[in-house]
Design a protein around this ligand. Structure first.
Ligand SMILES: *[C@@H]1O[C@H](CO)[C@@H](O)[C@H](O)[C@H]1NC(C)=O
Ligand SMILES: [Mg+2]
Length: 400
């Protein structure tokens, strides 16, 4: 039986934009048996968030030529399932794609979109002169008071979303009232995907949701003089995401009736600030846990890394451990960096592996502290096929 599980990043590891990376099919031939069943537990952990898990699973099945189920996919919004105390509240959602459907799918029952706000309050969205209301209107406002804001991913019209989200925060969820810049604390804000940039087909990285968050944080700070605060930040490198991944890997091993627990995890990615930082942060947590045999170490970890906003409070973690996620069987999570994505757009073999690590400015989120040890990859390989070979070798694993 395998004693290890694999976490694959998608963009820059398995695909570039819509184009599959050739090494991916080679890697996955080794991961499934002749019946198409995985020989080791595998999950896909992506910070993408603009579709349902099933849609992503279908895309992956198509690209990799092996059947992938939605239980193998973790999107940046998947941990929202754990935030049950918000599921009955009226939440405003921001992002693109089927955001209302995604919100309902993770458990929210009472959801309002930015478009619904625009329709009810046509005087608020003024940046695009062509979209301003032509005639004075007196719409019937029958929206309930908004109680929390959920940011799924980068929206299409940034100016509209920035304006209306700031409006909601400054009016405490009631857009019929005027701005109160002295409101403290502001409404609860949950954000998925902190990636500043991501790599598509273009030569240079593209704006990600992290760039949108930078805008929102800075506008809020400029207008109110106070820091915008997150109730939770999820998606890599947040530990919440890795807790989920570990749980799904453990579930797969149980379903397959592999008798020995999965103790090692390997996270394969192309981004130092998300994949490598996140895996190393989770590894620190697992090591502390082993050392102390105390799940509360996670709270101390959060304090030590300055990522307190990224994990829920201690109380919530306790109930979370007891309920859905139980206790991890993994005792380590090793990071493996590939050079087919953000760090090597031309996909050339690096003469010196350190060529991959050129980060001189910190592209991580405001609430995560830069710690050089956390962006140090455990291993550097050319591509995902190289990663699988290396891991099999490390684990002395020979598929039957
Ligand atoms: C919103 O504010 C307006 C104006 O202050 C007030 O008349 C209205 O009752 C409030 N609505 C809610 C749902 O609190
Ligand atoms: Mg990536």
């Amino acid at each position: 039986f395998p004693r290890f599980g694999l976490l694959f990043d998608i963009d820059g590891v398995l695909v570039r934009g819509r184009m599959p990376i050739p090494a991916a099919t080679k890697a996955f031939e080794k991961l499934v048996d002749s019946q198409g069943q995985f020989v080791v537990p595998v999950v896909f952990v992506t910070n993408a968030g603009n579709c349902l898990r099933q849609t992503k699973a279908d895309q992956l099945s198509h690209i990799l030529g092996v059947p992938i189920t939605q239980d193998q996919v973790i999107m940046s919004h998947s941990p929202l399932r754990m935030f049950k105390k918000f599921h009955d509240k009226c939440v405003l959602v921001s992002g693109q794609g089927p955001v209302l459907e995604i919100a309902k799918n993770v458990g929210f029952k009472n959801v309002i979109s930015i478009d619904m706000l625009r329709e009810s309050y046509p005087l608020l969205d003024m940046v695009d002169h062509n979209r301003r209301p032509k005639l004075p209107s007196n719409p019937v406002v029958n929206l309930p008071k908004i109680e929390a804001v959920v940011l799924f991913g980068e929206p299409i019209r940034w100016e509209t979303n920035l304006q209306l989200i700031i409006d909601v925060l400054l009016t405490n969820g009631n857009l019929s009232s005027s701005h109160q810049t002295q409101n403290t604390p502001h409404l609860s804000l949950l954000a998925c995907n902190m990636d500043l940039m991501w790599m598509a087909e273009a030569h240079s990285p593209r704006f990600g949701h992290g760039t949108f968050l930078v805008c929102l944080e800075n506008i809020y700070k400029k207008v109110t003089g106070k820091d915008l605060k997150y109730e939770a930040l999820m998606g890599k490198p947040s530990e919440l995401t890795y807790h989920f991944a570990e749980y799904l890997i453990r579930s797969q091993a149980m379903q397959r009736q592999w008798e020995l627990p999965i103790t090692s995890l390997y996270a394969i990615g192309d981004n130092l600030m998300t994949d490598i930082y996140g895996a190393n942060l989770y590894n620190r947590y697992l090591e502390e846990r082993v050392a102390r045999k105390n799940p509360k170490a996670v709270a101390k970890m959060a304090a030590a890394t300055g990522s307190s906003a990224a994990v829920p409070g201690e109380e919530e973690i306790d109930s979370l451990w007891e309920s859905e996620l139980a206790l991890p069987s993994a005792t380590s999570c090793k990071s493996v960096l590939v050079c087919t994505g953000v760090y090597n757009p031309n996909a050339e073999v690096p003469s010196d592996a350190n060529q991959c690590i050129k980060e001189t400015v910190f592209h991580g989120h405001r609430d995560f502290i830069f710690d050089p040890a956390l962006v140090e990859p455990g291993h550097i390989v050319q591509d995902v096929a190289g990663a699988v070979d290396l891991i099999f070798e490390q684990e002395k694993f020979v598929p039957q």
